[in-house]
Design a binder for this molecule. Structure first.
Ligand code: PLP
Length: 379
């Protein structure tokens, strides 16, 4: 038990390349203005990368603004001594807003009604907040049209408004209709913000752009950008293109060990449901990772590739909860204990390709990677 690090690599694990994270931050900095800061999105365990280590690295390279989805994520960052502003992007129930104050977190005001109710609470201190503006996403946010109500939030005794923001719903697309929709959202947001300024309020920090928007609409004048998926070195899907194409590098790779290698004969099957039947004698290796680790079961039966000894092998049969099987007939020297890469930098096993095969996007694939996988920094 002396070398504890080795324990983490016994079965299946995630490797985190922090140099690539730094590279991606620098790529984002190249396109934003000097007066704009990065608000790093580290919700959902930093898209599965490990929220604490990612945030510590970001702190160490000068990032001072973070966003999370939930109160509890914000508290976790504070308990691990993350410095700077932490914005909660989602709803927090009234009964727990005291914790947002106690841990110096910034709460999103999801609409005017929420603000009014907060203003009736008995709080020990003012709640720091950013106001969310709905410009067409229709998820959360007070409508950009209700300038008077938004202005009233700036007056509320219980709320210290430090910022105002909106979220775009088709900024990833460069199709004409989508660009027009996005431009409308942008205009409505900035008009709303300017109206409030004209009423004499200091509106606070202004922000709008998530990953794709940073590279499709780099000229929007904001105080923060909010990169998530691109900071982790990925597009959401493999067909994506942005107007400016950053030189991003994936931060995460997913690895597991071979547990057993065997010969099977023509006609033998592999795995539950006997969905794979060998057409000739084959060599099958079992890999110690499964859908409980977040590797999607929906990748079964789709010729999904993994990498072993620098060669590609295909998954055969159904992916199990903790294990899966691969065909290594044409790969020499595969043995127990060998390392298999399931998600990595190579195109065939990129998170973009794997999520495409699993009928989802990289964001979902990554944030579902299981808690039992150790996250290991490789530099
Ligand atoms: C998750 C989220 C982001 C980050 O989105 P990406 O597309 O991953 O960059 C930014 N802003 C808000 C409000 C979010 O919820």
């Amino acid at each position: 038990m002396e070398d504890k690090e080795s324990l983490k690599r016994d079965r299946a694990w995630i490797e985190i390349n922090l140099n690539n994270l730094e590279n991606n931050i620098n790529e984002i900095k190249k396109v934003i203005s000097d007066t704009c800061d990065i608000m790093a999105i580290v919700k959902a365990n930093a898209y599965g990368h490990g929220m604490i280590n990612i945030s510590k690295k970001l702190n160490s390279i000068g990032i001072r603004n973070f966003a999370v989805a939930t109160l509890e994520e914000g508290i976790t960052l504070r308990e691990n001594n993350i410095d700077g502003n932490i914005l909660i992007l989602g709803y927090t129930d009234f009964s727990d807003l005291e914790y947002a104050i106690k841990y110096d977190l910034i709460q999103t005001i999801v609409d005017y009604e929420y603000a009014s109710k907060i203003n009736k609470l008995n709080l020990n201190n003012k709640l720091k907040a950013h106001i969310k503006i709905n410009t067409g996403m229709n998820r959360i946010g007070e409508s950009y049209k209700n300038v008077d109500n938004i202005a009233k939030i700036y007056e509320m005794k219980n709320i210290e408004v430090l910022g105002i923001y909106s979220h775009l719903c088709v900024a990833d697309s460069i199709e004409n209709d989508d660009v027009e929709f996005t431009n409308n959202q942008d205009n409505n947001f900035f008009e709303c913000v300017n109206s409030i300024k004209n009423l004499g309020y200091y509106v606070g920090k202004i922000h709008l752009q998530a990953s794709y928007c940073i590279f499709n609409y780099p000229n929007l004048k904001c105080d923060y950008v909010r990169p998530g998926i691109i900071m982790y070195g990925l597009y959401s899907d493999k067909f994506s293109k942005t107007k400016i194409q950053p030189n991003i590098k994936p931060v995460l790779s997913l690895k597991a060990r071979i547990s057993s290698v065997k010969q099977i004969n023509a006609g033998d099957s592999v795995g539950y449901g006997r969905t794979y039947i060998a057409d000739e004698n084959r060599k099958i290796a079992s890999v110690s990772i499964g859908y409980a680790d977040g590797y999607p079961r929906s990748l079964s039966g789709k010729h999904t590739k993994v990498l072993i000894n620098n060669e590609y092998a295909e998954i055969v049969g159904r992916i199990c909860m903790d294990q899966l099987m691969i065909d290594v007939t044409n790969i020499s020297n595969v043995k127990q204990g060998d390392i298999v890469t399931l998600i990595g930098e190579e195109k065939e096993i990129s998170a973009e390709e794997i999520s495409y095969k699993a009928d989802t996007i990289t964001n979902e694939l990554l944030c579902r990677l299981g808690n039992r996988l150790p996250r290991i920094e490789i530099n």
